[in-house]
Design a protein around this ligand. Structure first.
Ligand code: ZN
Length: 361
């Protein structure tokens, strides 16, 4: 009796070309929190599916970040790395660089697992000593890496529960999902006025406090960035870097009673896939951009032209008069070019053309 080889094979999901590196980093005086592989696998599988649903809703069907999984798909392959120092030697503010240094050293050695992409999520057990008030360790996005923490009640069974452990879970679960967004290349943005009632809170705004408790979503702008992010790719990433664009070939910004209208043309030879415009109010810069609404421009890649209308009614009220328009170009290798244009609400020119004229505030 003979079987065909085909009949004996189980259907195997084709692994994506890239996957998020998931590292569990344990200081010398600590042990992994019990059952971490099951708990973190369930959480990451949930998040992979959440990102997939949100990408699909935004028109990028079934796209999500890759994860290395066990054959039955129920466990994530987590790389557990023993640190060289005690837990308190990796504090929130300065510990990230130190941990990253050790993680990179680990991956650079022979006889250790290869990195599966340029993006790494590093999870550390809480060093606070209080299971109901975890903390103490790095918790932020840092270039292509991001940090999150683990504690005994970090378990999907608490998701959506209106209990102390449920509230605590959302804080660190939403936090992980949000910091992961940063580690995958996504900046902060705020839901537009019309999106709040329809879709809830933007994950890359205050969504780290709502995920699992109330509707939380990825904006069109965040999805456009993730479309070209390495771990979301279904084909190999281009090996030659896309050119950095310092200025568009032309850009015109008009202020009408109803909208800000932005139109322009990109330089020849660009490798831009998406053109985004952020409207950042009051203060600009790192961690001052939570309030920025983001808009995806219509972009004609062949003609290199883009345009977008930003209704004033879609912007939440500002505290002051200053605001910044930020043009973010997403390249086909996942890199970004960013240009900024600053304005004052009381001194808006009807029309501004760049780069021919600079506006003085
Ligand atoms: Zn953030």
């Amino acid at each position: 009796m003979s079987f065909s080889l085909k009949a004996q094979q189980q259907p195997v999901e084709t692994p994506p070309p890239y996957a998020l590196n998931v590292v569990y980093f344990v200081p010398t005086d600590m042990e992994p929190v019990p059952d971490y592989r099951r708990r973190l696998s369930e959480i990451l599988l949930w998040l992979q599916d959440y990102y997939k649903c949100e990408m699909t809703r935004n028109g990028y069907t079934n796209r999500t970040f890759g994860l290395s999984k066990s054959l039955d798909g129920t466990r994530i392959n987590i790389v557990t790395i023993r640190g060289k120092d005690e837990g308190l030697r990796y504090p929130y503010r300065t510990g990230g660089v130190k941990v990253l240094h050790e993680v990179n050293d680990y991956f650079a050695k022979t006889n250790t697992p290869q990195k599966l992409s340029d993006h790494t999520l590093i999870i550390m057990p809480s060093t606070s000593g209080n299971d109901l008030e975890p903390g103490g360790v790095p918790f932020y996005g840092f270039g292509k890496d991001c940090f999150a923490l683990d504690y005994p009640h970090f378990d999907l069974k608490y998701c959506g529960r209106h209990t102390a452990k449920g509230q605590l879970f959302t804080k660190w679960f939403g936090g992980l999902a949000h910091e992961l967004g940063h580690g995958l290349g996504v900046p902060h943005n705020h839901e537009k006025v019309s999106e709040r009632a329809r879709l809830g809170t933007a994950l890359m705004g205050a969504g780290n406090y709502t995920l699992g408790m109330s509707p939380t979503f990825l904006t069109q702008a965040s999805a456009a960035i993730l479309d070209q992010s390495q771990t979301f790719r279904t084909t190999p990433q281009p090996t030659t870097p896309a050119p950095v664009i310092a200025q568009p070939e032309a850009i015109e910004i008009q202020f009408t009673a109803h909208a800000i209208e932005v139109a322009g043309k990109l330089p020849a030879g660009n490798r831009v896939c998406h053109v985004l415009v952020y409207v950042d109010k009051d203060e600009f810069g790192v961690n001052r951009d939570y309030d920025a609404e983001a808009f995806v421009a219509d972009y004609n890649r062949a003609a290199r032209t883009f345009q977008v209308q930003i209704p004033w009614a879609e912007l939440h009220p500002a505290r002051g008069k200053l605001f910044q328009l930020r043009l973010l170009l997403v390249n086909d290798d996942g890199s970004q070019s960013i240009m900024t244009y600053n304005y004052h609400r009381d001194r808006l020119p009807p029309k501004d053309s760049y780069p021919t004229r600079e506006v003085a505030l």
